[in-house]
Design a protein around this ligand. Structure first.
Ligand code: PGA
Length: 252
């Protein structure tokens, strides 16, 4: 049975992109209008590009987001960026708790949760990332790890409009490795159950994205799996043709 949840195809440019790359973004913005009935689209650019990206895509259906925010709104935190700053620059969403930040910056579930709260308080959609490491999967702990991250990282202010959950197995990010369809199916069903337990009716409608080596060649297959409500795409979001061909795979 087709899901009633409108998919979200989201890109994460990570620490890639200068003004030269805005042409790729414009290509995406022009192309996604063809898919606006079947999927929402978002590109999370580096903070330095949020303002220009938002301005240049204003009249299109493509939304622009940031990749992280501080949990406080302002203060003595050199080099950090607050949710109100991202919003002021034109962002409509922000990724929090990406595994690269959990690893590189020692972000705990508690920190991720406070960042997601800051996003909610500011009116930004929080894209909250969860996912197990290779070792945790091999040890049979994947579901428990993801449950702990969901319970620890998703704030009480969550509803189906202000929050998206992205399941990104750490070992699949940027590696070309992907879980089997069955593993994706059972993890997304598990996450759906956690969300229903935590958030009732909203938990049935919160979008659950799959992320990790999602690309044009595997998109149709992965996006068709039950409870996969879209994707979070790193490498393949940097080129407009790749991102658009993933959008094209929605509903195939
Ligand atoms: P990838 O990254 O598509 O390059 O594997 C996904 C992500 O980290 O969001």
């Amino acid at each position: 049975m087709p899901s009633a949840i409108k998919p979200l195809i989201a890109g994460n440019w990570k620490m890639n992109g200068t003004s030269d790359d805005l042409s790729q973004l414009l290509g995406i913005a022009r192309g996604v209008s063809a898919y606006s009935g079947s999927a929402d689209t978002l590109i999370c650019v580096p903070a330095t590009l949020v303002d220009r990206a938002s301005q240049s895509t204003l009249k299109t259906s493509l939304k622009i987001g940031g990749q992280d925010c501080h949990h406080k709104t302002a203060g003595a935190h050199t080099g950090d960026i607050s949710a109100p700053m991202l919003k002021d620059a034109g962002a409509q969403a922000v990724i929090v708790g990406h595994s690269e930040r959990r690893t590189d910056h020692d972000e705990t579930d508690e920190i991720v949760r406070s960042k997601a709260s800051a996003a909610h308080d500011t009116g930004l959609v929080a894209v909250i990332c969860v996912g197990e490491t290779q070792q945790e999967r091999e040890n049979g702990q994947a579901e428990d790890i993801v449950s702990g991250q969901i319970q620890g990282s998703i704030p009480d202010t969550t509803d189906h409009q202000n929050t998206v959950v992205a399941y990104e197995p750490v070992w699949a990010i940027g590696t070309g490795l992907v879980p089997t369809n069955n593993d994706i199916l059972s993890m997304h069903a598990h996450i759906r159950n956690e969300l229903k337990t935590g958030f009732g009716n909203d938990g049935e409608k919160i979008r659950i994205l799959y992320g990790g080596s999602l690309k044009p060649s595997n998109a149709a297959e992965i996006l068709a799996i039950s409870e996969v409500n879209g994707g979070l795409i790193g490498g393949a979001s940097l080129k407009s043709a790749d991102f658009l061909s993933i959008c094209d795979a929605v509903g195939q």
